[in-house]
Design a protein around this ligand. Structure first.
Ligand code: SF4
Length: 76
């Protein structure tokens, strides 16, 4: 399976964790809210799941890249 990760900017609390851990994938926008870097590399699935689980506001959403379905990162 391959995952795609997105930031829900409405609930990101700007902790900076994702940006610090993977600056090639995440950055802050002008409002200091995390967003994905256009054209960012795809992280390995285990890294994607771990990162999403570690977001303090659960703002990192994971989707199945093929079906587009959201993945429950705590059940995967
Ligand atoms: S880890 Fe979560 S709360 Fe922190 S900057 Fe990233 S998306 Fe926002």
């Amino acid at each position: 399976m391959s995952y795609r990760i997105e930031v829900d900017g409405e609930i990101c609390i700007s902790s900076g964790r994702c940006v610090a851990e993977h600056p090639e994938v995440f950055r802050f926008d002008d409002d200091e809210v995390a967003e994905t870097v256009p054209g960012a590399p795809t992280l390995p699935d285990d890294v994607t799941l771990r990162l999403a689980r570690s977001c303090p506001s659960s703002a990192l959403l994971v989707f199945d890249a093929q079906t587009g379905d959201e993945v429950d990162v705590f059940a995967s």
